[in-house]
Design a protein around this ligand. Structure first.
Ligand SMILES: Nc1ncnc2c1ncn2[C@@H]1O[C@H](COP(=O)(O)OP(=O)(O)OP(=O)(O)O)[C@@H](O)[C@H]1O
Ligand SMILES: [Mg+2]
Length: 436
């Protein structure tokens, strides 16, 4: 864009300057040629005047005729009283021009008088005898440059109009798209997040086009983020409301004389609510960037603790957790959140792996994998597994579906990645990659 603005302005100035210079040269050239013609005319007119003064009017008329033939014009020569000495008709306009020319000459100037309206030029001159005569010639044929006597204004107007067009096009080229962008930005600011700048703008190859595309990408991202947040809020309310509804029912039943059964139920629901609120707080805390102290720790060491705890829990249900490999993997980050993230993945695996099988945990080449021998997740849904509150259809275990969403955000806050895939031969595998 810089180059475009610079070049177009610079070129405009250059073109105008060159055009003006050329026009000046051209005009000077025409003037010179006109002056040369005028000198020829005056020479012929002087010969005619001399012949006339020597008492040879036929010779004078012949001079005029010769000139007319040679130069393609139609001249007349008048004496000081305004009578033609070459035996030609004198029109009123000729006489008027002659009078004006005589006045100019009387004032001491030697230039011709040109009447732009009638197109007549009158040039006073002295015959050899010293007597004044006046040459009359029709402009367009005799002195073309006088026809261009209005041209300075014309040139100015032409330059202004031309420059105006160029500047108008230039301003339009930059101002219109910027105004459009501004409008779209205002619309987004007003909450119309679906606003995008026109496709036509986005196709432009210059910086304005790039800006338009960036703007659209930004608007898309904001829209998606806001939509995700709204969805989360909706689901959150729903998830909080269900246990609360059950608590209300249990309370009324307990009041009607139900026994400890209902109180136990209430306790369970309150526990669940407490857990849910804890998870939501964790989620919010990761997103807002308020986190535990940052420090250095070894992922391998953390993994050994998690696997040992997990194995202890799993054995109670006839399952195992095995640590296949644990290469050292030092990390600068948040140890407790990271523990929570990995623990949730391992717990999920323990929960879903078949009885009698083992969950295999591997940390090798900077990649952490947790693989179970369970049913996995229906293939088309595997991409949704990290969405908040997502649970597989028919999932019977306790839990809100927030564990993996939390894990994903924690891993992302460590600039890492997490993904899930079904393993051929059964089971699911979660892969976490973390930079050192
Ligand atoms: N290893 C796995 N095998 C099969 N399905 C799984 C596995 N891990 C997770 N899932 C499915 O993904 C869903 C979401 O998991 P996530 O950990 O986010 O939530 P949760 O375990 O249901 O609840 P929470 O972790 O919040 O207590 C689970 O409900 C389950 O349906
Ligand atoms: Mg879970």
């Amino acid at each position: 864009m810089f180059r475009k603005i610079f070049l177009s302005l610079w070129l405009t100035i250059a073109v105008v300057a060159v055009a003006l210079q050329l026009m000046l040269l051209w005009q000077r050239d025409r003037e010179q040629r006109s002056n040369a013609r005028m000198r020829v005319f005056v020479a012929a007119a002087r010969r005619a005047a001399d012949a006339y003064e020597h008492g040879n009017p036929a010779r004078a008329a012949a001079e005029a005729t010769d000139l007319d033939r040679a130069m393609g014009t139609d001249i007349n020569v008048l004496d000081e009283r305004g009578a033609s000495i070459v035996n030609r008709r004198v029109r009123d306009a000729d006489r008027a021009a002659a009078r004006a020319a005589a006045r100019i000459a009387a004032a001491g100037f030697s230039m011709p008088f040109g009447d732009a309206r009638t197109g007549i030029v009158a040039q006073p001159f002295n015959a050899t005898s010293g007597h004044r005569f006046i040459l009359i010639a029709p402009t367009r044929r005799a002195l073309p440059w006088l026809g261009a006597s209005r041209s300075p204004y014309l040139t100015l107007v032409a330059v202004l109009v031309l420059g105006g067009f160029v500047c108008f096009a230039l301003a339009r080229h930059f101002a219109v798209p910027l105004a459009q962008l501004g409008e779209s930005a205002n619309a987004v600011a007003d909450g119309r997040l679906g606003t995008r700048v026109g496709a036509q703008l986005g196709r432009r190859r210059d910086e304005v086009g790039a800006l338009a595309r960036d703007f659209n990408r930004m608007a898309e991202r904001i829209e998606a983020l806001v939509a995700a947040d709204r969805r989360l809020l909706g689901e959150m309310s729903h998830q909080l409301r269900s246990p609360l509804a059950r608590v209300t029912v249990a309370l009324s039943l307990a009041r009607k004389g139900g026994g400890d059964e209902y109180l136990a139920r209430i306790e369970r629901e309150v526990d669940r609510l407490d857990q849910l609120v804890g998870q939501l707080l964790t989620l919010a805390r990761i997103d807002s960037g308020v986190e535990n102290a940052r420090g250095a720790f070894d992922l391998a060491g953390l993994l050994r603790e998690i696997v040992s705890d997990g194995d202890f829990e799993a054995r109670a249900h006839g399952r195992r957790v095995e640590l296949v490999a644990a290469d050292p993997h030092p990390i600068l980050g948040y140890e407790e959140p990271m523990r929570e993230a990995v623990e949730n993945v391992v717990r999920n695996a323990i929960r879903h792996t078949e009885e009698g099988t083992a969950v295999e945990v591997t940390l090798q080449h900077g990649r952490l994998t947790v693989r179970d021998h369970g049913p996995g997740v229906p293939e088309p849904m595997i991409g949704e597994i990290f969405a908040p509150f997502w649970r597989a259809p028919g999932e019977t275990s306790e839990g809100a579906g927030l564990g993996l969403a939390i894990a994903e955000r924690i891993v992302r806050s460590h600039h890492g990645s997490i993904r899930a895939s079904n393993v051929k031969g059964g089971g699911m595998m979660v892969t976490i990659e973390l930079p050192h």
